[in-house]
Design a protein around this ligand. Structure first.
Ligand SMILES: *Cc1c(COP(=O)(O)O)cnc(C)c1O
Length: 446
């Protein structure tokens, strides 16, 4: 494969963009990233004309791959021709809010913003304003965007900012606990219950491998929040309208959060975020309440049209069935490859998400194990060894993944996300042939 043009573009980019990129993960592949030229269904064509089966898919916002369904594309184009933005409300934002609140039972009102980060910043301010408390509980290995309150590392007794440029004080209000560990979070509530504004959790860890919740974990969080008058906030920026179809991951797991953040898919491929929840809480946002929140581009008509038409199209067609069947085919195939070639590795994911985790410990057997992605079933022979926390994923063979495996897959025309931790996405545009070609490549590369 020739990458001369990507290399030259990267060289130019290094002079005008820090690290050559506008979001750091894009520079994670070595020696330089492939520059994208265009997409075609489930494929991506790079600046040198190389074609890949694309499992990055924008890192989450694309349900239909790179080809928008005709009604979606028409709606976007007609909005564009009517002028991009007004500073006045428009009908389309009311329609998207009505659509989401119809399909997601915990949501009766929404505030649209412009990114997932903006959504989690605003939801934390709302939870603090509503409860009059400052502390926020988050998960180790959870990701909530590039914001002060969640860029925290260290254990819960010694939290510190995970980036320079953030005052220590932010970390002092954040309590970081391991995902899937009910005892630790129970201890935290026993000690700090009256100070906790909210628990902010991805229903499935999707930015640190893919880690599913163990049975009863979200129910424990729900009960603790209810008992201590704290808010349970699901960050569904990745899982929203991806896992569990239009009911989202909260529908799939049958847990009702007080507030939810959305992003990625809810804008049909355009910049977006949203906060949703009960009217009584949501009306604490300005102008009805006193939690200040605002944005010039919030509820942008083009984004609203793209989001609404994408989700309506999914409601009216068998989009999720196609994606879930394809996902099962891919995850089952990967499980067979792994059983044969790398039994210590864990196939993770559900619905339209997948990842092969380079975990280090072999299962005690393959009888009756999760066949289409780790579901954290306690009777699975892998259960004691499959990753339960972000830390478990991070302790895998991450260098092998990045330095050896990723490049081998790329050479075979398979584009995987840039590191061991980011999820990969199936879309309506992917075909059985794409899946089967990808499985062949995994067999070669592992
Ligand atoms: C991507 C992501 C965010 C941040 O969204 P941006 O649009 O990149 O700011 C927040 N939370 C989760 C769970 C995400 O996956």
């Amino acid at each position: 494969m020739n990458h001369d043009r990507s290399r030259d573009l990267y060289d130019r980019a290094l002079s005008v963009l820090p690290g050559g990129v506008n979001s750091p993960v894009r520079a994670a592949t070595e020696p330089y990233p492939q520059f994208a030229a265009r997409g075609e269904a489930g494929h991506l064509i790079d600046a040198d004309g190389n074609r890949y089966i694309d499992w990055v898919m924008g890192l989450g916002p694309l349900l239909y791959g790179h080809d928008l369904p005709q009604p979606v594309e028409s709606a976007i184009q007609s909005r564009v021709s009517e002028g991009p933005v007004y500073g006045l409300p428009t009908e389309i934002e009311v329609e998207l809010a009505e659509f989401v609140s119809r399909h997601v039972p915990s949501v009766s009102m929404l505030r649209f913003v412009n990114s997932g980060t903006e959504a989690t910043v605003s939801v934390i301010r709302l939870a603090r304003g509503y409860t009059g408390r400052d502390k926020v509980v988050i998960m180790q290995g959870g990701y909530h965007g590039a914001q002060e309150s969640t860029l925290v590392e260290g254990d819960r007794r010694a939290p510190r900012p995970s980036s320079v440029g953030i005052p220590e004080e932010f970390a002092n209000h954040t309590i970081r606990v391991p995902f899937n560990d009910t005892e630790v979070v129970q201890d935290v509530f026993a000690e700090h219950g009256g100070e906790i504004a909210c628990v902010l959790v991805e229903p499935i860890l999707a930015n640190k491998g893919i880690v599913a919740p163990i049975e009863g974990y979200h129910e424990t969080l729900r009960d603790l929040c209810t008992d201590h008058n704290s808010l349970l906030v699901f960050d569904e920026v990745i899982t929203g309208f991806r896992v569990g179809g239009l009911a989202c991951a909260q529908g799939k797991f049958d847990v009702t959060p007080d507030l939810t953040t959305f992003g990625k898919l809810i804008g049909g491929g355009f910049p977006v975020g949203a906060i949703g929840g009960k009217t009584e809480i949501m009306e604490h946002f300005t102008p009805t309440g006193d939690v200040f929140q605002a944005g010039t581009f919030s509820g942008h008509p083009v984004t609203m049209a793209a989001g609404l038409e994408s989700l309506k199209f999914a409601a009216e067609n068998d989009i999720y069935e196609h994606i879930h069947e394809l996902g099962d085919r891919l995850r089952r195939g990967l499980t067979e490859v792994v059983a044969e070639q790398a039994p210590e590795y864990t196939v993770a994911g559900t619905d339209g998400m997948f990842k092969l985790l380079f975990s280090r410990e072999s299962p005690s057997g393959f009888e009756d194990h999760c066949e289409a992605g780790c579901e954290q079933r306690s009777d699975c022979p892998r259960y004691d060894r499959c990753p339960k926390t972000g830390g478990d994923v991070a302790s895998g063979e991450t260098d092998r993944w990045r330095r050896v495996f990723w490049g081998e897959m790329k050479e075979q025309g398979i584009l995987l996300s840039q590191n061991q931790f980011e999820s990969q996405f199936l879309t309506y545009a992917h075909t059985e042939e794409d899946v089967d070609d990808t499985l062949e490549a995994y067999k070669e590369a592992l």
